[in-house]
Design a protein around this ligand. Structure first.
Ligand SMILES: *Cc1c(COP(=O)(O)O)cnc(C)c1O
Length: 395
């Protein structure tokens, strides 16, 4: 779907989010908002199928607008959307063949961890995990068969920051290595991985990108035409495509991405500063603090930070953590993140329970750690709720 004559692609972020690939001139009606096109099949425009749409799995007008907009937001050439973030990850991993070697950051989303393990075991892919804080040993792990490097930054739930430029530069010393980065936390608003040397950007659109806790979706954004053709084939024939209604919701969510991310950042900092001074809090993990180990790297490679933070309740065990979560009145005890609504969870009880206690402690996930996805309610209402729940945890 051409964008020509409608919007210069050097427009600012919020302008692109609202207008890129969403020209009213595409539709006979002049509809300002991309219509939800539900057709599963299309009248063919030419005998050789070469123009327009033909079948819903192959392409859909609502979906195409979303893909065009996503590519513009990351300043990339191509974007592909999938039914879930994990389907996007799975599709990227299917590029690997038996005998290929993948280097995967140890600290990644649990579902991604599970998927790379499955691909390694079932397809005979050679999988090794590496420590993102030890890039000199990472550099020595490359083999002639290394085909992919997978990173996620910042990490979940400890907010560790990966030096993305360095990982990409080290990886590209060897031709043919694709570097994939999960950019779900910072979104294209704060972080542009392609400009830092990343080959494929992955999103769980479920989180900040859609931002309203009402869609499950994934995306990949990239520049390379050949890799794009391969991924398009996987998308169209693997068939894990999102429906048109979800594509419409995601397009609507993107229109406020810039506004939402600014507010998530502001609220996140306010809540982090409040917690740092609280007598029942032992430690606050937020890369916005100058004493956070990832602070300098974050400043060099991103224009801001999202609403994710973690903190440790002073002197709390599993019982106090459970009481804290139960006592929350407005903040919801739930997995997931990145919506307008503030969410809290315990990595030891929920998101990272797939690790043994020893494995958790090794990476710094203590029993008293709480992960917060700071929403865009009034910051004062968020801190008030945390304060009363902290007090309730110890009565
Ligand atoms: C949620 C999430 C995923 C998986 O996405 P789904 O949309 O749940 O399939 C991948 N990476 C990160 C960082 C996530 O938070």
């Amino acid at each position: 779907m051409s964008n020509e004559g409608y919007l210069p692609l050097e427009s600012g972020f919020a302008t692109l989010a609202i207008h890129a690939h969403q020209s009213p001139d595409q539709w006979n009606s002049g509809a300002v908002i991309t219509p939800i096109v539900t057709a599963s099949t299309y009248k063919l425009q030419s005998a050789d199928y070469s123009t327009g749409f033909q079948y819903g799995r192959w392409g859909n007008p609502t979906r195409n607008n979303l893909e065009g907009c996503l590519a513009a937001l990351d300043k990339g050439k191509h974007a592909l959307v999938f039914a879930t973030g994990c389907a996007a990850t799975w599709s990227a991993l299917t590029i690997l063949k038996s005998g290929d070697h993948i280097l995967c950051a140890a600290d990644i989303y649990g579902g991604t961890h599970h998927l790379v393990d499955m691909v390694a075991q079932e397809k005979g892919v050679d999988l090794e995990f590496f420590d993102v804080n030890n890039l000199s040993s990472f550099e020595k792990m490359f083999k002639p068969t290394t085909k992919m490097v997978w990173i996620e930054s910042p990490t979940n739930p400890l907010c560790k920051v990966v030096d993305v430029r360095k990982v990409a530069a080290i990886s590209h010393k060897q031709p043919g290595v694709l570097v994939v980065m999960d950019n779900t936390f910072l979104t294209s608003y704060f972080s542009k991985p392609l400009a830092l040397g990343i080959d494929i950007v992955m999103y769980s659109m479920t989180k900040y990108m859609n931002g309203h806790s009402d869609v499950i979706m994934g995306a990949l954004v990239l520049n390379d035409d050949d890799v794009h053709a391969r991924l398009r084939d996987i998308q169209q024939h693997g068939g894990a495509v999102p429906g048109p209604f979800d594509c419409y919701l995601a397009l609507r969510g993107l229109k406020t991405l810039a506004l939402r991310m600014k507010q998530h950042m502001k609220n996140g900092i306010e809540v982090a500063q409040y917690l740092k001074k609280h007598s029942l809090v032992e430690e606050v993990l937020h890369p916005g603090f100058p004493d956070h180990p990832g602070h300098e790297v974050l400043k060099k490679q991103c224009s801001g930070y999202c609403g994710m933070l973690a903190f440790k309740i002073k002197g709390a065990g599993m019982q106090e953590v459970s009481k804290f979560l139960k006592a929350l009145k407005m903040i919801v005890y739930a997995g997931s993140l990145g919506g307008c609504d503030s969410l809290a969870e315990s990595p030891a009880l929920l998101s990272h329970k797939y690790l043994s206690k020893e494995e958790r402690l090794e990476i710094g996930i203590t029993d008293n750690l709480i992960r917060l996805s700071v929403g865009i309610e009034e910051a004062e209402d968020i801190t008030k709720d945390i304060d009363q729940a902290l007090k309730a945890a110890f009565v």
